[in-house]
Write a protein that binds this ligand. Structure first.
Ligand code: PLP
Length: 467
């Protein structure tokens, strides 16, 4: 934004930067023609970029510098006014994080009919906070009390963030939707003071789902955005932007960084988003993720660590084939558990008996796959949950009986991990909120990894049979 006049020295740098910008745009146009896997492997890091600027390094370099040096005061001024491409300071941007942001933006908007921009943050939770806060600001002549409408079937941390940080501490009304597949429930909860709709699907741990397109259309009919936590699906299985979603959230900590060595989050926004919140900055509507990055994120400080970005970038390269493999493994395990006499309920969207299966089938498809008849094959991810017969102690006994499967409040791993949400991820929200969200103490959450599924099944079987 050039809202004042600059000296000839500053403008010289603006002129010089045009060449780099043109080079990057030409390359971006090429990358957009690639298939999903190619984008995941290379992102924007080209042979030219390696040879001309990074000593030929085949892998994106890890920049562990907190800040960038400038040639003189003119370049410094141009950079800090965001007039030239710059990364400046790692709280705002970093060259390694830049490659991850672009790869995610391109994958999430792949064949979605819209461009997207991305902001990578320190964690999934900070991505959620950064995504919702700009819509909750006080407006001139606005109402005393504003609200947002959210599915109650959320990751425990997101529930706490909304219920405690937003509702209890800031007096913002959260209107919970108990059955997000029921469009009527959403409709009855929205009014003119609603700032956005918030959905997570498939939800962790209940495997809740909704009609994504209908929900985005409903949000837009009120001129508000749909914010969608798509952590469990990843862009390999669903790209909510293709169905009208405005802002997509990922905990990069999960399936995207399946190796399990880093925490991270991402906020990806469609260009443009729908909102009636007034904000003078042109990027607010046009490129929301960039707006957040350049302003509130800069001022709030939940910066991603470049090393963590590197881990995410590296695991991201094989996202599609990995999600295919672990989804198939999970399907096999879910079918085994469904037939097990000690298990009274299995929630996995891939099971044809699941009441939300037909809805999920419409949306969850392995990108760039082919069933031989020109359609993409359905894949439902690797998170599932099952409920063990008898008192809650039985679920604890089964969890304690695992010999290979790790007991951890973790998911999305290349290794199988399991937990009981009622005593871990969803402990803090209390019994009543757990009842609303359908998380009984008999429920074990299982995320199936890339082991041979027969070995996962054998471990589950011996643990269940010890009851
Ligand atoms: C884990 C998780 C989060 C939070 O992410 P962190 O990286 O742990 O902060 C948000 N949403 C979902 C669905 C998650 O599973």
């Amino acid at each position: 934004m050039q809202d004042k006049s600059y000296s000839p020295g500053v403008l010289k740098y603006v002129e010089e930067a045009k060449k780099l910008i043109a080079e990057r745009e030409a390359h971006l146009a090429q990358v957009k023609r690639w298939k999903f896997d190619t984008i995941a492997v290379h992102g924007l890091y080209s042979v030219e970029e390696a040879l001309n600027r990074n000593q030929g390094a085949v892998i994106e370099p890890l920049y562990l510098s907190s800040s960038q040096a400038y040639r003189d005061t003119d370049e410094l001024e141009a950079a800090l006014a965001y007039l030239i491409p710059t990364w400046c300071y790692t709280r705002i941007a970093n060259p390694t994080t830049y490659y991850l942001e672009w790869a995610l933006a391109l994958l999430e908007s792949y064949k979605a009919g819209h461009d997207a921009s991305c902001l990578v943050t320190a964690s999934g939770m900070s991505a959620i906070a950064q995504a919702v806060d700009p819509f909750l600001v006080k407006q001139k002549d606005g109402p005393e009390r504003i609200n947002f409408v959210a599915s109650v079937r959320l990751y425990g941390g997101a529930f706490q963030h909304f219920n405690v940080r937003k509702a209890q501490e800031r007096g913002i009304e959260v209107r919970w939707v108990l059955h997000p597949e029921d469009m009527n429930e959403w409709k009855t909860k929205i009014d003119e003071n609603t700032r956005f709709l918030y959905m997570e699907a498939p939800s962790n741990p209940q495997q809740s789902f909704c009609d994504v397109k209908a929900l985005a259309d409903l949000a837009h009919s009120w001129e508000i955005p749909l914010i969608f936590d798509s952590t469990c699906a990843t862009p390999a299985l669903m790209r909510p932007i293709a169905f009208g979603t405005d802002v997509v959230i990922h905990s990069l900590t999960k399936s995207i960084t399946a190796g399990g060595m880093a925490i991270g989050g991402a906020l990806i926004s469609r260009k443009p988003i729908v909102t009636k919140v007034k904000n003078d900055h042109p990027l607010f509507k046009e490129s929301f993720a960039e707006y957040v990055k350049l302003l509130p994120y800069r001022d709030n400080g939940p910066a991603a660590a470049p090393l963590n970005a590197m881990f995410a970038l590296n695991d991201l390269r094989t996202l599609r084939s990995r999600m295919d493999l672990v989804s198939q493994n999970c399907q096999k395990v879910a079918e085994f558990l469904r037939a097990h006499p000690k298990v009274y309920q299995v929630d996995y969207l891939g099971l044809p008996s699941d009441k939300l299966h037909p809805l999920a089938k419409k949306y969850m498809k392995l990108v760039d796959s082919d069933d031989g008849k020109g359609n993409e094959v359905n894949r439902y991810g690797h998170l599932m949950s099952f409920r063990v017969d008898g008192p809650p102690e039985n679920a604890r006994k089964v969890l304690d009986g695992f010999k290979m499967i790790f007991r951890a409040t973790d998911l999305g791993r290349i290794k199988s991990v399991a937990t009981i949400p009622a005593i871990s991820t969803h402990q803090q929200q209390g019994e009543e909120a757990r009842r609303m969200a359908d998380i009984p103490p008999q429920l074990i959450r299982l995320c199936v990894g890339a082991e041979d599924p027969d070995d996962v099944i054998a471990d589950l079987d011996q643990a269940l049979n010890s009851l």
